[in-house]
Write a protein that binds this ligand. Structure first.
Ligand SMILES: Nc1nc2c(ncn2[C@@H]2O[C@H](COP(=O)(O)OP(=O)(O)OP(=O)(O)O)[C@@H](O)[C@H]2O)c(=O)[nH]1
Ligand SMILES: [Mg+2]
Length: 444
């Protein structure tokens, strides 16, 4: 993965580094500009390549009730009580409010757009696309995808090779294949279907491992094809509002940054709303992405009302004629019921200003949580509505089959997948590429 982490020209110029929100400088004093005047100093540190840093401590979550931060003022009817929530949602773990004496909400500070910086960022992006052309060719998305899915594909490939080399196909072999697929989180239903497809008409005959891989790839592609849908930005909505939701550590803020970069490279204007007002570091993390991508950030001090901030950001984006507004949200609050209530409130409040908004609600799922991702979809669907999924950290797990299980259960569009911490490690989800990569086949 070292290649993947190597910063490109753009990265080197801006000192591309990993997102280390917890090490970001403390909240800016009230009235200070939203963005540190020292961008270099505010930049996060070099990627370590380790996953553990950003992975939430799911086991450590507790439902103790801490004093509610000023952001949550009401519990929505029908929201489950904190203690009734399933353990698998423990990603929304509970941390004390960092600054109990949070300053009173103020008018949002909008980072002024520095036209020169925006232009230079665009120029740099374009230059990188040209200059890095060769390197990108060498290790383009396919390289990053196969590299990122290595853990899943190796685990599967080893089993397939072990099972099908010089062996006749019988019920035991197929059962073992099914087990391997279940271990990769494909889900029982899909695992059975794939094993059946491999066995069909081939009992007591030999089958080469490559043939098994080909069947696996085509079955996975068939399962994922209906959900591999691009995120369509309807230019009729100005701004097109994207609400980013998910448990803490899933990759919401990072995904916003990666998407902002993509949208900016397409020539669209982007505004970001630092709706995770629970942690000061989260606000700083988004500001860093804003600086990197030339996207103004609407932020308020820690503890401010997230729904009010989202409302103001929408107004500001409208006034500025911005194409896309992306709203970050908290992944953890004092408890999970509070988190759901806050999301409901954000949606309710922005709908007052723009009845069609949010135009996309993207649930960010961390692939390393495995089957818990299924429960997360259930819960977030109820509170905020989910129009599509982004699956991150596929590079950190041997259980990449979870996407297939999600597709079978919910049929929700999967717009993007992430296979690393780098800004380029997020791509639109393509069923065929994913299926072939996971099966250990060449790009076809
Ligand atoms: N390896 C890998 N790491 C990722 C990926 N996406 C995000 N991360 C890392 O995951 C960690 C958490 O990401 P964040 O974007 O801060 O997650 P979040 O959902 O905003 O978390 P909260 O703000 O705590 O709710 C960071 O260290 C990211 O760099 C990915 O696709 N692969
Ligand atoms: Mg975040």
């Amino acid at each position: 993965m070292s290649d993947t982490n190597k910063p490109g020209w753009f990265g080197r110029l801006f000192g591309r580094k990993a997102e280390t929100p917890d090490e970001a400088p403390a909240d800016a004093p009230a009235g200070a500009p939203a963005v540190s005047p020292d961008p270099a100093g505010a930049m996060p540190t070099e990627p370590t390549g380790t996953l553990s840093e950003g992975v939430p401590d799911f086991a450590a979550a507790a439902d103790d009730v801490l004093p509610a931060p000023p952001t949550v003022t009401e519990a929505s009817p029908g929201t489950e009580a904190a203690h009734d929530l399933p353990d698998e949602l423990a990603g929304a773990d509970l941390e004390p409010v960092e600054d109990a004496e949070a300053p009173a909400p103020e008018a949002p500070a909008i980072q002024p757009i520095d036209a020169a910086a925006v232009l230079s960022a665009e120029a740099v992006l374009a230059a990188e696309a040209v200059q890095g052309g060769e390197a990108v060719e060498k290790r383009g998305w396919w390289g990053r995808l196969t590299g990122g899915l290595k853990r899943t594909s190796s685990a599967l490939s080893d089993r397939v090779t072990g099972l099908f080399t010089k062996r006749k196909l019988d019920a035991d072999t197929l059962e073992e294949l099914e087990d391997a697929l279940i271990q990769a989180d494909f889900g029982v239903e899909t695992a059975t279907r794939i094993a059946e497809a491999v066995g069909k008409g081939r009992y007591e005959k030999g089958i080469a491992p490559d043939e098994v891989r080909a069947i696996l790839a085509s079955e996975v592609e068939r399962a994922l094809d209906p959900v591999a849908l691009p995120l369509t930005i309807d230019a009729g909505h100005k701004p097109f509002v994207i609400l980013m939701i998910g448990v803490n550590g899933a990759g919401k803020t990072t995904t916003i940054g990666k998407l902002a970069q993509k949208f900016r490279a397409q020539g669209r204007t982007v505004m970001l709303a630092a709706g995770d007002t629970f942690r000061a570091a989260a606000i700083e993390q988004l500001k860093v992405w804003g600086e990197r991508t030339g996207a103004p950030v609407v932020a308020r001090p820690q503890g401010a009302d997230a729904a009010g901030l989202a409302y103001d950001a929408l107004e500001a984006a409208r006034e500025a004629g911005t194409d896309i507004l992306m709203i970050d949200t908290a992944g953890r609050l004092q408890n999970k019921a509070g988190l759901m209530a806050e999301l409901e409130k954000v949606v309710r409040v922005i709908t007052k200003l723009e009845p069609t908004a949010p135009h996309a609600v993207l649930l960010v799922l961390d692939a390393t949580v495995g089957q818990n991702a299924l429960s997360q979809v259930e819960l977030f669907r109820q509170s905020a509505g989910v129009t599509g999924l982004v699956m991150t950290k596929l590079d950190g797990t041997a259980r990449g089959g979870i996407l297939v299980a999600l597709a079978a259960r919910f049929g929700l569009p999967v717009h993007f997948i992430g296979v690393g911490e780098g800004v380029d490690d997020l791509e639109p989800f393509a069923a065929r590429d994913f299926a072939r990569a996971i099966a250990g086949l060449e790009k076809g």
